[in-house]
Design a binder for this molecule. Structure first.
Ligand SMILES: CSCCC(=O)C(=O)O
Ligand SMILES: [Fe+2]
Length: 202
């Protein structure tokens, strides 16, 4: 699996858009992410319109739906509210598939012990979060403009994302706690409890 930067987050209450590297930094490997059901590919964002590798992933996994989302204040209604919602810990009933074409940001996911892992997504990163995994999202500070005026003191950022889905897309977020949600229960069975169970004797 391709290299991706991911680390356990520190506990500080500072701006969520900062990296939140603890000292010393504890990095998380792609295998560890895969063990939590998180998959990742590094693609060439400049040729997304005729990319065989992307086509292969879409065909193999049945992602027949695709759209582009410009996460920029001038292109998204209720930009601030949307970012706030994205940073509220939640799950979905289906996979969340995002391909970053421009800009960068952080997907935070919970590990098996409920610790936050921060995954840094940049142009060319395609990431799949499994249904039922607790997660949240924020932009980082590399692409932002700080706007200062009498009325606003706001940090704005931009990112272009491709969203993929099997069939008609459903973006509904179910905020934590969701322990009774079927997607959460399946996630626990498939990715958390399975690896904790002692091997049965034959
Ligand atoms: C802006 S993409 C990631 C945000 C998210 O978790 C979601 O859309 O459900
Ligand atoms: Fe989400």
């Amino acid at each position: 699996m391709a290299i991706i930067e991911a680390w356990f987050m520190d506990d500080s209450r500072e701006d969520p858009q900062l990296p939140h590297h603890p000292n010393p930094c504890e990095f998380v490997s792609p295998d560890h992410l895969a063990d939590l059901g998180v998959l990742h590919w590094k693609l060439n964002p400049d040729k997304y319109e005729e990319d065989e590798e992307l086509e292969n992933i879409r065909a193999t996994r049945g992602y027949n739906y695709m759209d582009l989302l410009d996460l920029c204040p001038e292109k998204v209604e209720n930009y601030e509210q949307k970012l706030k919602n994205f940073y509220t810990e939640h799950i979905h009933a289906d996979e969340e598939i995002r391909y970053c074409l421009e800009g960068s940001g952080y997907f935070d996911i919970r590990d098996k012990d409920d610790r936050w892992i921060r995954i840094w997504i940049k142009a060319g990163d395609l990431i799949i979060l499994p249904a039922g995994i607790y997660h949240r999202f924020t932009l980082d500070t590399s692409n932002y403009v700080k706007m200062l005026s009498k009325v606003v003191d706001m940090v704005i950022g931009c990112m272009q994302l491709m969203r993929l889905f099997v069939g008609e897309p459903v973006w509904t977020a179910f905020n934590r706690p969701q322990e009774d949600h079927p997607a959460r229960q399946n996630y626990m069975i498939n990715f958390v409890q399975k690896t904790r169970m002692p091997l049965e004797a034959h």
